[in-house]
Design a protein around this ligand. Structure first.
Ligand SMILES: *[C@@H]1O[C@H](CO)[C@@H](O)[C@H](O)[C@H]1NC(C)=O
Ligand SMILES: *[C@@H]1O[C@H](CO)[C@@H](O)[C@H](O)[C@H]1NC(C)=O
Ligand SMILES: *[C@@H]1O[C@H](CO)[C@@H](O)[C@H](O)[C@H]1NC(C)=O
Ligand SMILES: *[C@@H]1O[C@H](CO)[C@@H](O)[C@H](O)[C@H]1NC(C)=O
Ligand SMILES: *[C@@H]1O[C@H](CO)[C@@H](O)[C@H](O)[C@H]1NC(C)=O
Ligand SMILES: *[C@@H]1O[C@H](CO)[C@@H](O)[C@H](O)[C@H]1NC(C)=O
Ligand SMILES: *[C@@H]1O[C@H](CO)[C@@H](O)[C@H](O)[C@H]1NC(C)=O
Ligand SMILES: *[C@@H]1O[C@H](CO)[C@@H](O)[C@H](O)[C@H]1NC(C)=O
Ligand SMILES: *[C@@H]1O[C@H](CO)[C@@H](O)[C@H](O)[C@H]1NC(C)=O
Length: 639
């Protein structure tokens, strides 16, 4: 009796021991069956069998040990689902890592980079980095295979995305086909090493969906918000004769848990919020329509804050004006004057994402000046730029095929120098932007003529009903039944009807505002307020205005805007600074004030003498990017 109790106790202890002290590795003669797991020595990651939600199949994968819900970062048998629970992972007698079931059916077995010697004792170990490493000689020999070299859809810190040029190994991310099916889906994120290296999201392996641009010493050219070292993340890009890869590291100490995942056509970076116990979306790409590959065709420049978004640089006109008027910029831009290779010069496009570099060549060893000379000396060279902007522009990228997928950034972009025939070069310096935006305005008008007719009738009807308004500009159409900003302020609503003073109805679209401030040029900036930057601008009629651009990436943009308009509406001030209008365009919230030379910046922002009866109204139903009506009432001066 006593012995059997003891035996039971021992058995129990044995079971307890085997459960609590999960191993981190398997060796010859050991294996893990379905239901058992490996846990990395620090308890960070776990390897075992799982079933995706809504599926019944079993897969061998790696996930975060202490994070719920199950977040799988790697899958072994992506394309070979296991039915039933009899499979196990083992090192067989000839030293191969094999995932097979009892009947001997093999689901997965990695091909080692070098053969296991018969006398060796290979070991497969799950590391705290999330890497599952298969190593010879009991963990002291060469790495035969590792999961970090064969990513699924997730890049973990210290994983390399890119190429080992000596072995030809290409590490890229492929999406899961669906949340229930880890087999490779339609999208892939890969570093393309043709020409100058850059990352692409490919659809179906062949069609580019997005590219992040070449590395410029600080970041990818298409990711201006990427800070090389922001305290939490360290981003690294290596490109030499043996390696081309991107990697990231997180703040030491394991405080930050982050994964970078290709989720269908979107790249996402998540960080784990310990307190809330959730994954927080930290960043994602593509961010808007301008990120769509070749959205504006060859030589077209996409500017998400412009309307229309596609523009042509100086010396170019839309290749298909009709399509452009219909907001299809994919035909791109054509040169006004053909290049003949004599007397050509360069147009500077500042603040852009560099065009596709698949066919470009780079030389990091020369100066930008030398780069210009090289381009000028070769008749097939169409553009050049610096290959690095770290500590000033240096190095050289030369383009010899049409420039595809250029986008304008508000900040964080770089200079691109486009070859132009002498006759097309802007006469005094850089007037490209003015031409560009002038064209944008013309195209906007064409677009409006085409699209706005229907809305025009609603619009005129609306204003006829409100006979007390005088319109100064009739640039747009809107749906009066759909007010975007129903600012409810009883006081201000009552008073205008009493005052019946001069009333302006001002419509601003993004193109007008962008051109008035030279595309929010640095030189036009007056200063920075609490909610955003203020620029000095000039409207078509020569009227000087102060343009306040509310912080674009603020998630509370709409509310802040509403609040500010209400605030202005409530404020009374002796200074006669008028709020002339506003503009909503995508995420942009802009206020336009009368500019007063001798007043302080604060005056522009808060010194108003205006009541706003009804603020901006937006038109939906297809015209979301053009808007904007402000009805305002000037009251008698109060003291
Ligand atoms: C594995 O088992 C075989 C026989 O069962 C034995 O000869 C061999 O030494 C074992 N290997 C290890 C690494 O324990
Ligand atoms: C071990 O697995 C490898 C890879 O699947 C296979 O080629 C080899 O025949 C297996 N060895 C034995 C003894 O089954
Ligand atoms: C393999 O390494 C482990 C720890 O690194 C050690 O405990 C074990 O004895 C080694 N086995 C052999 C056969 O060398
Ligand atoms: C994907 O590419 C293959 C050829 O690589 C083609 O046959 C197939 O039609 C493509 N599928 C789609 C949806 O484009
Ligand atoms: C390329 O860079 C990697 C990482 O910094 C380094 O390990 C490797 O030695 C470099 N190769 C050459 C040829 O410099
Ligand atoms: C993919 O994105 C969706 C929402 O955009 C999110 O719910 C899901 O968790 C993401 N998948 C992964 C693997 O992160
Ligand atoms: C690169 O050159 C090839 C061959 O001339 C051409 O088919 C391809 O469209 C070019 N790609 C880019 C992005 O310019
Ligand atoms: C001009 O550039 C092209 C493409 O890089 C190159 O093939 C050609 O040899 C160059 N011509 C001269 C004269 O350097
Ligand atoms: C080349 O173009 C320039 C101006 O664009 C012109 O002055 C020159 O005559 C042209 N040369 C030839 C050979 O066509």
């Amino acid at each position: 009796m006593a012995t059997s109790v003891l035996a039971l106790a021992l058995l129990f202890l044995h079971l307890l021991f085997s459960i609590t002290s999960a191993a981190d590795s398997i060796t010859a003669n050991s294996s893990i069956a379905d239901g058992q797991t490996l846990v990395s020595s620090g308890g960070v990651f776990e390897l075992g069998f799982f079933t995706p939600p809504t599926s019944t199949a079993r897969f061998l994968g790696i996930w975060y040990k202490d994070i719920a819900p199950l977040t799988v970062v790697w899958v072994a048998n992506r394309q070979a689902p296991i039915t039933g629970t009899t499979a196990s992972l083992a090192i067989n007698s000839t030293g191969s890592l094999v995932l097979a079931d009892r009947s001997g059916h093999m689901f997965w077995s990695p091909a080692p980079s070098n053969a296991v010697t018969s006398s060796s004792t290979p070991v497969a170990q799950l590391l705290d980095s999330g890497n599952f490493q298969f190593q010879d000689a009991n963990g002291t020999g060469p790495v035969l295979w590792q999961s970090f070299d064969h990513p699924s859809d997730t890049l973990l810190p210290s994983m390399k995305l890119g190429w080992d040029l000596t072995t030809g190994l290409d590490r890229y991310l492929t999406t899961w086909a669906s949340p229930a099916d880890p087999s490779p889906g339609d999208y892939r994120f890969e570093i393309d090493i043709r020409g100058v290296p850059e990352g692409y999201i490919w659809y179906n392996g062949t069609s580019p969906v997005y590219r992040n641009g070449p590395w410029n010493g600080l970041r990818f050219s298409g990711e201006p918000e990427m800070e090389p070292d922001n305290g939490n993340f360290l981003f690294e890009f290596v490109a030499n004769s043996t390696d081309v890869y991107y990697t990231f590291l997180v703040d030491g100490g394991g405080d930050v848990i982050s994964r970078f995942v290709l989720n269908q056509s979107t790249l996402q970076r998540y960080v784990w919020l310990q307190q809330q116990q959730t994954w927080n979306l930290y960043w994602s790409l593509p961010r808007d329509q301008c990120d769509r590959y070749a959205e504006c065709g060859a030589y077209g420049v996409c500017d998400a804050s412009a309307s229309p978004m596609c523009g042509c640089p100086a010396g170019f006109t839309p290749a298909s004006p009709r399509d452009w008027a219909l907001r299809d910029g994919s035909a791109g831009c054509a040169r006004t004057t053909r290049l003949n290779c004599t007397g050509d010069g360069f147009l500077t496009l500042p603040g852009v994402k560099l065009p596709d570099v698949t066919n470009a060549t780079a030389d990091a060893s020369v100066s930008l000046d030398e780069c210009r000379q090289r381009c000028l000396a070769n008749c097939s060279c169409l553009a050049y730029s610096a290959s690095s902007i770290k500590g000033g522009e240096s190095g050289c990228i030369l383009w010899t095929s049409p420039l595809i997928d250029i986008r304008q950034f508000e900040s964080g972009g770089q200079n691109l120098f486009i070859r132009l025939a002498a006759s097309d070069l802007p006469s005094n310096g850089d007037n490209s932007k003015k031409k560009n935006t002038a064209l944008a305005v013309v195209l906007s008008l064409i677009g409006l003529l085409l699209f706005g007719l229907g809305g025009f009738f609603t619009w005129t009807k609306f204003f006829r009903n409100k006979g007390r308004f005088q319109s100064t500009r009739r640039l747009t159409s809107f749906d009066s039944s759909n007010p975007l900003y129903p600012v409810q302020d009883r006081n201000t609503e009552d008073e205008p009807s009493q005052s019946k003073g001069l009333v302006d109805v001002t419509l601003f679209d993004m193109a007008t505002i962008a051109s008035s401030t030279d595309n929010f040029a640095k030189s036009a900036k007056l200063g920075e307020g609490g909610f955003g930057a203020v620029y000095k601008g000039e409207l078509g009629g020569g009227q000087t205005v102060a343009v306040k651009r509310l912080s674009k990436y603020s998630t509370q943009g709409l509310d802040e805007f509403k609040n500010e308009v209400v605030l202005i509406a409530k404020l009374q001030h002796v200074n006669l600074v008028r709020l002339l209008g506003c503009c909503v365009h995508g995420e942009e919230r802009i206020l336009v004030y009368e500019y007063m030379e001798n007043k302080s910046l604060d005056t522009f922002i808060f010194g108003t003498y205006i009541y706003i009866d009804q603020t901006c109204r937006s038109s939906f139903g297809g015209f979301t990017d053009r808007v904007i009506v402000i009805e305002q009432t000037r009251l008698d001066r109060r003291s």
